[in-house]
Design a protein around this ligand. Sequence first.
Ligand code: PLP
Length: 462
Amino acid sequence: MPFQTIIEPFKIKAVEPIRLTTQAERAAILKRAYYNLFLIRAEEVIIDLLTDSGTAAMSSEQWAGVMRGDESYAGSRSYYFFEETVRDIFGFKHVIPVHQGRAAERILFALLCKPGSVIPNNTHFDTTRANIEYRGGRAVDLPCAELRDTTTPHPFKGNMDVDALKSLIREVGAENIPLVMLTITNNSGGGQPVSMANIRAVSEVCRAHNIPFYIDACRFAENAYFIKLREPGYADKTPLEIAREMFSYADGCTMSAKKDGLANIGGFLCTNDDKLAQQEKELLILTEGFPTYGGLAGRDLEAIAIGLREVLDEHYLQYRIASTRYLGEHIAREGVPIVQPPGGHAIYIDAGAMLPHIPPLQFPGQALAVELYRLGGVRSCEIGSVMFAGRDPETGEEVPAPRELVRLAIPRRVYTQSHVDYVVEVTLEAYRRREQLNGYRITWQTPFLRHFSCHFEPLGRV
Ligand SMILES: *Cc1c(COP(=O)(O)O)cnc(C)c1O
């Protein structure tokens, strides 16, 4: 390409105004929300990078699909269109629609996970871990060694440590591992991709021990594009061909269509196991709905099916990965420590490295996230000890998460270049003020997924 500028490969057909707040207003809003950004109204946010989940802009084709949706209770045409699309891309025999990714996880783990079960993953997403622990299982993260060093780039930091997987199987016994999961891209691990070689290697270990292998497929298209860009032998393949190969090594998948489905709600659970699929459909009817709609409207199934095709478009993926990298490069070159290299859907600031004067259990990530909001109305998400602190089984004391990150997640097709430039400016201002930031204390929390609702109090300087 002769030009450097990465343009958004779409035109804007409908706009939504952004209300611009002042710093004084935001300081009051923060106080009212107990410094928890999940408790702030979206209208009070200028640029919302809380999550890339369910926040995509749909295309004119998807909106047309919404009108075409068949809302029949049983045997909806939209379901068959959805099933055919998912089968064509993912290749699994059974396709079970659900209202979002965690519903797929709940159904899968209700059937496969019991007290004492051990479930390995490259890195469990928070709802995946919570669903496993809720069934009495143990969720074990086995990221590759390269992930621990956030400063050096490596093409496939999302990989699973295959030797660690083999040791775990020897240690706990294959009979106690009902399935192995691989999350692509590795969201909690920094949005880093997993290589085809690693998918193949994990699959081989699973086959050798007769353990079912599942992919958490939320960002499968972004992962496929990274394989195309970075893995030898894939440069000339289309994202669709790469996606098909990735899933050919697995026995099933869970999917949140709120990510690479380019839809605002929805998900699915796939398996090649006939007996398991039957049991899954029975559970589906209990809480989600009949198997041809699974908690979704026919119009949602249409939007997802169309989104799954659009997300594999190479021009879309090129823009997507390039615009995320743009944000990362522009803050990193001024000194902001970020997880390197930039991931697919988000930039992760290493708040632990940026705010070394705030101890992990005073939540440096939370301190930075609050500051980005206070300064510029930018909403981000702490991915550190607020979200992932553990408990010492003996003393019951809180153990910090391995990393203190702040995620700037980029909604798909929503913000333009100037919005991203504004985020760069706000982030650099927070970086200049870093030594003035203080930690936080949690004053109220729930036993599971506390980050969604807990209350904080700012700590003064000692
Ligand atoms: C979002 C997400 C989920 C859960 O999906 P929901 O649609 O939010 O329920 C599971 N795994 C990963 C990697 C995710 O990013």
